[in-house]
Design a protein around this ligand. Structure first.
Ligand code: AMP
Ligand code: MG
Length: 329
C-alpha cells in the first residue's frame, strides 16, 4: 500500500479529497466513534458493490447507511413515531436503527431487504465527510469479512492495502465497538446486535424490548454461532484462576483488569488498569489484533461482567471463540 493513500486528517486537503473520491464512486476508509468504516456513496450501487468485493462480504449481508442529520435520515428510512425519542436521545452516536426503507436506497445496500439500517455517527471526521460529500455513506467495518474490526487507520492499511482509494486517519476510535443495532420493524423493538449504546439505556425507554438471546450463555452447539469478529489464533474465554495451560503452549492473555498471576503467559494485555469498561472496550480490538500477530497457540481472555458495554464485549468474544468451529459464514 502506498503510504500516500493514508491521509491524516490534520492535512487540510484530506477531507475534500476524500469527499471527491466518494462522489466519484470510490471507496474511503474513515474513522467513526465505533470502528473504522469502509465508505461509499450509498446511492451508487456500483460503488457499494465495491465494498462487498473488497471485504469479500456475502451479498446477503446488508450495510449500514450513515447520515449527518435527521432530514437525511428521513430520505432513506421511514421512521415510526417511537423512533423519534430514540433519535433525539442517542443520535449522533453508536445506535443504528432498522426501519422500512425508501426508494432512495438501492437494493444492494439492504441486500434486497425492504428495511434499512441507519445511523448518525458522532465522530467529527465522519460527519464532515458525509457533509462535504453531500451524500449518505454506506459503510460496514473496514476489515475483511469475519475478522476483527479496525479501530486505527493502520489496521485498515494492513489488511485492505491497495483496494481502497484512501484511508482517512483520524486517530484511534474512541468507543472501539460497533454500534448497537435496534430493529423497529416488528411490534416489539428488538436488539439485533449489542454494541456501543448500552442495552440498559434502551431498555429504560423501550418497554417491552426484545433483547434476543444476547445475554444468554453459549448455545449447546457452537455451530449455532456465526464465526465473526474472529482472530486467526484460537481464543478461549476462561475465568481467572481456571486456566489450564500446557507447558509447551505459547499463550497470550487479555484481561480487562490487572491480574495476580501471569508468569505462565507469553504476553499479557490489561485492557484497563482500573477495570473501566469504556477503556476496556476501546482497547479490545487493538489488543486482539496485537496478540493475533504474535502467532501464539492460543489467546485466553478473562470474561467481563455482562452489563453495559460488557454485554457487547462478551458478544464479540463468544463469536470469536465459538464461531471458529463452524464453516466460515
Ligand atoms: P458491519 O458490517 O459491522 O457494519 O455490520 C452491519 C450489521 O448491520 C450487519 O450485521 C448487518 O446484518 C446489519 N444490518 C444492516 N442492515 C440491516 C437490515 N436492513 N436489517 C437487519 N440488519 C441489518
Ligand atoms: Mg463488521
Amino acid at each position: 500500500m502506498s503510504p500516500s493513500r493514508i491521509a491524516n486528517i490534520s492535512d487540510t486537503t484530506a477531507l475534500a479529497r476524500a469527499a471527491r473520491i466518494i462522489r466519484a464512486g470510490g471507496l474511503v476508509a474513515f474513522p467513526t466513534e465505533t470502528v473504522y468504516g469502509l465508505g461509499a456513496d450509498a446511492e451508487n450501487p456500483l460503488a457499494v458493490a465495491g465494498i462487498f468485493d473488497v471485504k469479500a462480504r456475502p451479498r446477503i449481508d446488508p450495510i449500514i447507511v450513515h447520515v449527518s442529520d435527521i432530514d437525511m435520515a428521513n430520505k432513506y428510512g421511514v421512521f415510526p413515531q417511537r423512533a423519534h425519542k430514540l433519535m433525539e436521545m442517542f443520535w449522533p452516536g453508536p445506535l443504528t436503527l432498522v426501519v422500512p426503507k425508501t426508494s432512495s436506497v438501492p437494493s444492494i445496500v439492504t441486500a434486497g431487504l425492504e428495511t434499512v439500517a441507519i445511523r448518525i455517527p458522532s465522530h467529527p471526521v465522519a460527519l464532515d465527510l458525509i457533509r462535504t460529500s453531500g451524500c449518505a455513506i454506506a459503510a460496514p467495518s473496514a476489515n475483511p469479512f469475519g475478522y476483527v474490526s479496525p479501530t486505527e487507520a493502520q489496521h485498515v492499511a494492513e489488511q485492505l492495502s491497495d483496494s481502497v482509494d484512501m484511508i482517512l486517519d483520524g486517530g484511534p476510535c474512541p468507543i472501539g465497538l460497533e454500534s448497537t443495532i435496534l430493529s423497529l420493524v416488528g411490534v416489539i423493538p428488538c436488539i439485533l446486535r449489542p454494541g456501543g449504546t448500552p442495552v440498559e439505556e434502551l431498555a429504560a425507554i423501550l418497554q417491552p424490548l426484545d433483547t434476543g438471546n444476547i445475554v444468554s450463555k453459549l448455545p449447546q452447539a457452537p455451530g449455532q454461532l456465526q464465526r465473526h469478529y474472529a482472530t486467526l489464533t484460537p481464543l478461549d474465554i476462561v475465568e481467572e484462576g481456571h486456566e489450564d495451560i500446557k507447558q509447551t503452549d505459547k499463550v497470550g492473555l487479555i484481561s480487562y483488569k490487572p491480574v495476580e498471576r501471569h508468569e505462565k503467559y507469553e504476553t499479557v494485555i490489561i485492557l484497563s488498569e482500573t477495570g473501566d469498561m469504556r477503556e476496556a472496550a476501546a482497547n479490545l480490538f487493538r489488543s486482539l489484533r496485537r496478540l493475533d500477530a504474535l502467532k501464539l497457540d492460543k489467546i485466553i481472555v478473562h470474561p467481563v461482567p455482562e452489563k453495559g458495554l460488557g454485554i457487547a464485549i462478551m458478544d464479540r468474544l463468544r463469536r470469536c471463540s465459538a464461531g471458529r468451529k463452524v464453516a466460515d459464514s
